[in-house]
Design a protein around this ligand. Structure first.
Ligand code: T46
Length: 138
């Protein structure tokens, strides 16, 4: 899907366990200006329901599993994240919803910008209008 893809990071695994380094810009393709994480999400809860206008993010499920639904006007995909060395890049103008969090899920997010509520589109019909002109111009 345009502006959305799985990314694999190198893991260093030996008899002592695993380590996954992620460097801003070189590994992410954008500078990391913010990190946040989501955990303790109860069964049946669905979060997200928004798009960003300009933000670039990589979502990593560093413990447990979660499913991310990504949508545009033409596409929809449900992507399971259950591997700490595999992330999901989500760029501008992708609608996302997160669901099926396992009890031990920790969803870590690397973001290209500081928090800015004006970058969110939280209404789906407003999203559809903005997305159709955004993708037309691409
Ligand atoms: C996204 C998905 C994957 C802050 O104050 N600072 C922050 O950096 C963030 C991300 C959130 N907040 C506040 C705003 C709300 O009062 O935390 C509260 C919960 O945020 P929200 O309802 O937007 O959470 P999700 O899980 O729906 O979405 C979040 C991110 O907001 C969003 O950018 O892509 O995770």
């Amino acid at each position: 899907m345009i502006n959305c893809e799985k990314v694999k990071f190198k893991d260093y695994t030996d008899q002592y366990g695993s380590l996954v380094p992620i460097e801003g810009e070189t590994d992410t393709g954008f500078p990391i200006r913010r990190i946040y994480y989501i955990f303790g999400v109860e069964r049946g809860i669905r979060r997200g329901y928004h798009s960003h206008r300009d933000l670039h993010q990589i979502l990593l499920c560093v413990s447990g599993s979660v499913t991310i639904q990504v949508r545009t006007n033409n596409d929809s995909e449900d992507i399971v994240l259950d591997n700490p060395s595999e992330g999901l890049y989500i760029g501008p103008m992708i609608w996302r919803e997160m669901y099926d969090f396992s009890a031990d899920a920790v969803l870590l997010v690397l973001a290209s910008e500081h928090y800015d509520e004006s970058d969110y589109i939280r209404d789906f019909s407003a999203y559809k209008k903005e997305a159709s002109s955004y993708f037309e111009e691409k």
